[in-house]
Structures are given as C-alpha cells and as structure tokens.
Design a protein around this ligand. Structure first.
Ligand code: GLN
Length: 546
C-alpha cells in the first residue's frame, strides 16, 4: 500500500486538542492493523523546545534517539505504543537552519533563496521523510498553531502543494471550536465557518471537520456546517468534552472517523479495529472507585502541562492497580520544615519532580527528609533522584554542605556533579545527556523486581550525575546504587532497601509509559502506595477497636 498522508490543522483558538485527535485517529488505525506514525510541525523559530521553559509550551518530551520534543509526541506514544524519533517533530527553526546551511554550501546554485519554493520544499521534504522509510501506511502530520497565524503560512502552503501532488493519498482534517453562548443558550457555528474560509483562502479544502464542543451539536447544525464548508455531512464529527482523554478514540470510532479516513484515502474498511486491550483499560478506569493519594512535589505544579508525562504515567499505573488517582500537586517553594507534615500527611506515596536550578530545591529536600523519616513510598525522578542523594548525604552521612554543583558550584561535597564531557559545553541547546541509555540493575533490587529484567534502556535529559567518589559511603550507610550504565558506570538508580519503597532514577521513566504498556516502576510505586494505605487503614481500624 502506498503511504497515505493525513494533515491535521486547527482553527478558531489554540488548545483544542489537535494532538489528542491525531493520537486517537492513529490509535484506531493502528488497531486496524495499519502501520502508523504521527509527526508535529511547530511554527516557532526555536530549533527544538529544549531551551524553552515549561511556562511556554509545558513539558519537554524526549525521544529515544535523544531529541527534545513537543509534549504532543508523548500523547502520540501513549496512544499508539509506537516510539517517535527526531523526525517526528520539526520546527521552523530547523527548517530555516537547513535551508541556510544549504545556501552557505552553495546548493542553490546562485538562485535567490525564497519562502516559496525553498522553504516550502524543505517543509515538504521533511513531511515525506518518514514515508520514505517504507515503514508506515499512514503518516499523520499535525500542523502546530492556528490557521491565520502568520508563522504557519509556509506550512499551509506546503500542505496545499502536497495535496495536489499526493491526490487521494492525502487528506486534511480541520479541528475547530463551536462555542456555547450561555446568555443566548446557543451553540455558534460562525467561528467554524470563518476558520474554514481562512483555510480555503490559502487553497486548502478540508475533507473532514472535527468540532470541539462542550455541548452536543444537533445533527441539523452539523449538516448546516457541512453545507457551508463544502464537507460531506458524514465527515463532520464532534469532539465533545469528556472526562478522560483516553475516551476520545472510542468517541471518534463511534462517529466512524477511522472508516471515513480509510474510505477517503481509497482503502475499503474491513471489520472493526481491535480495541479490546484499550477497552480493558477503560473498564478498569471506570471501575476504580477506591482512590490512591499521591503527592507530586515540583516547582511548576500550577501549570497543567509541566509534568504531563508523570501525570499520565501515574494515571496509567493507578488504573492498572484498580485505583482512582488523587493527585495532590505541591509547590516545592512553599514547603518548609514547619509545614511539611501538613502537606504530606495522609499521602500514600510522594513523587519528587525533575527540574533545573536552585528554585524549589530546599522544599524538595525537606519533603524527602519527611518522607524518609516517616517511611512513605517515595519516587524521585532526575532532579528528584539527585535531591534524594543530597538529602541523604546531609542528614545520614553528616555532610552538611552536600549539594549538586548545579546549585552550589563551590560545595566541598559535590555528591552530584557535572559529567566530565559536560564541562566544556557552552551551548545550551541539545547538549545535555539525552535519549535512551542502557542500564544494568542489581538482582533483587526493587527496580529489578519491578521491571522483571536486569538489562533495561531508559531516556535521559540532564547534565549532572551521581558522583561515584561517594558511592561506597552511600552504600555503607544504606542507600544502594542499584542501576548503572554498563559502559560508563554512571549511577542510574538509587534505593534505600530498608524503606517501604524508596527509589530514585536519574533517567525519566515517565516518557515511556503508554496505555497498553504502562511503566513497571510506576506500577510498582502505586502498588507500594496502595499497600501502605492498606496498612494505615488496618492500624486505624485496630485503634478504633481498642
Ligand atoms: N538539573 C538536573 C541536571 O541537569 C536535573 C535535570 C532533570 O531533572 N531533568 O542534571
């Protein structure tokens, strides 16, 4: 089968969930046996989101091949169970960098370099890159931003050209918003009409409309939209607000989105998508009544998307443990030795978030000390793991000034230090230890038991590392280094075996938890949290009988 290209654009407002719609469609096509991947084109000038702070675009996701990517790639992986790579996320910065490099090499043979055709050709080349591998039947391309933005024009022009070149092997899905005006008690279709018109002005006729809405859109209104926008009535699909993003594939299938896409790309739909494992997950999600209380300690907790992959991984793990996740986000800057108990008492498990820089670190250390002394199941990720090491060094090893050289370059006890190869790095972009690295686990450690394996591979994004000069002292005092890189001996996992569940990972397990393949460490962490909750309930019960 020839590779088919599906373009997903968005109109009216941003944050409509193009990523979720793209991921849901991919999920359905994959469940029908097609080989699918999703890629995102972001119109900003940064080369990648690695240099952006979370206030800009939320979490920075990392692919196995070490690309710092838009967080939508996390949704793509979670919904499809297919790993993405550098080729799945391209920005205007990267397009221009490549065009300018070609110009400097003289590749354009004396021509004036222009947006059309040189920039659009470079966009088109990147759109087709994954298709050229022959590994995919469907390539879904999400165009970031909103139709009408100046910066997305070269992308829309490229889509227009590609639609011509690819014919029936391509189609365009446009996602818009149908607002409900409370005062008028009415749904309004005008913004959708305008947004489609804007798309038509740049020469693109959408084949399918997905209408994001908070209220059910009546059939006659959908017909009206179809008529105004030159779209077949059955190709106007609504995306009603729903309690969980994981319901969206089912909601899309109920309106035949997958079949419409197949038919419009010249493929006869056969049978039904194999969604049984997905439905099993949803059944568990709906069936979970008892809750598990997890605290997430971080400095960006007020941002919904800053710890997206951690939130989703916890949700997957809670669901598979038949628990409803009750996630309490705690701002690490607000935690003090005086109030830490108020924040954390009653929590079944605590997770300490990744991060950069000094802000909020003392609060993380205070939280960790409280958790260690009260033996609460605790999970530290990246900076969270580094904080576990620092806290233990200060409080148990008695090294009062122990620190990471990231926070205090002149500390005499640099238990976390810059890697040798990082010392000469001056550019910030794309220069951390990034992507998947091998890790060997110690038999019988909590991590090894959770993974059910001794050789694992996990994704990294950091510059600083556990300082091996201190390893023996930590191990003698009870904090074990139970995971290391076999080639460099860098410490990847620490544990305190005598605690209920005390694990810190230098890597980011949250990037690889998917609905159909939840991450074993998160599963085990939640299991420990559930057990700890059970223990406390039993104690309370025994107390009440006295
Ligand atoms: N700031 C730390 C480092 O660079 C941790 C990074 C992280 O948590 N992702 O090593």
């Amino acid at each position: 089968m020839e590779t088919k290209y599906i373009f997903v654009t968005g109109g009216v407002v941003s944050s409509l969930g193009k990523g979720i719609i793209s991921a849901s469609l991919a999920c359905l096509l994959k469940a029908r046996g097609y080989r699918v991947t999703i890629q995102k084109f972001d119109p900003y000038i940064n080369i990648d989101p690695g240099t952006l702070n979370p206030y800009e675009h939320g979490e920075c996701y990392v692919t196995v091949d070490g690309h710092e990517a838009d967080l939508d790639l996390g949704h793509y992986e979670r919904f499809t169970n297919v790993q993405t790579t550098r080729a799945n996320n391209v920005t205007t910065g990267r397009i221009y960098q490549s065009v300018i490099d070609k110009e400097r090499r003289g590749d354009y043979l004396g021509k004036t370099v222009q947006i059309i055709p040189h920039v659009t050709d470079e966009i088109k080349r990147n759109v087709k890159l994954l298709g050229k591998t022959g590994n995919f039947d469907y390539i879904i391309t999400e165009i970031g931003g909103t139709v009408g933005d100046i910066e997305s024009l070269p992308y829309l022009e490229s889509v227009r050209q590609l639609r011509w070149e690819l014919g029936q092997n391509s189609l365009c899905i446009h996602l818009t918003y149908v607002p409900y005006l409370k005062a008028a008690k009415e749904l309004k279709t005008k913004p959708t009409q305008h947004s489609v018109k804007q798309l038509q002005e740049v020469g693109i006729q959408p084949d399918i409309l997905v209408l994001r809405t908070e209220q059910d859109i009546p059939v006659n209104m959908r017909k009206k939209i179809a008529q105004f926008c030159n779209v077949a009535p059955d190709a106007v699909v609504q995306s009603l607000d729903c309690p969980s993003i994981y319901e969206v594939p089912i909601m899309m299938h109920a309106q035949h989105l997958d079949e419409i896409v197949l038919r419009k790309t010249g493929v006869v739909p056969q049978g039904e998508p194999h969604m049984a494992p997905w439905l099993h997950f949803l059944d568990k999600m709906h069936g979970a009544t008892e809750q598990v209380n997890i605290a997430l300690v971080g400095k960006y907790v007020e941002l919904q998307d800053a710890y997206k992959s951690i939130n989703e991984s916890l949700f997957h793990a809670a669901t598979y443990n038949d628990r409803r996740l009750n996630l309490k986000s705690i701002h690490s800057e607000k935690i003090t030795p005086e109030n830490v108990g108020e924040y954390l008492d009653g929590m079944d498990g605590v997770i300490v978030a990744p991060g950069f820089g000094q802000r909020g670190v003392e609060g993380k250390l205070t939280a960790l000390k409280w958790c260690r002394e009260n033996d609460v199941p605790t999970f530290g990720i990246c900076l969270g793991m580094q904080c576990m090491v620092i806290e233990f060094a200060r409080d148990v090893l008695g090294l009062a000034d122990a620190n990471s050289t990231e926070m205090d370059p002149s500390t005499t006890n640099n238990v976390i230090d810059l890697m040798e190869e990082q010392k000469s790095v001056s550019n910030m972009g794309g220069t951390m230890r990034l992507g998947a690295y091998d890790c060997r686990l110690t038999p019988d450690s909590t991590a090894a038991k959770a993974y059910g394996a001794l050789e694992i591979k996990e994704r990294h994004r950091h510059r600083f590392e556990f300082n091996n000069d201190y390893r023996d002292r930590f191990e003698q005092a009870g904090m074990k280094c139970v995971g290391e890189n076999p080639a460099t001996h860098l410490v990847e996992v620490v544990e305190i075996p005598e605690k209920r569940w005390w694990v810190g990972t230098q890597y980011h397990p949250e990037y690889s938890s998917t609905v159909l393949n939840p991450h074993p460490l998160f599963i085990d962490f939640i299991k420990a949290a559930v057990a700890y909750r059970g223990e406390r309930l039993m104690e309370d019960f025994a107390e009440s009988k006295k």
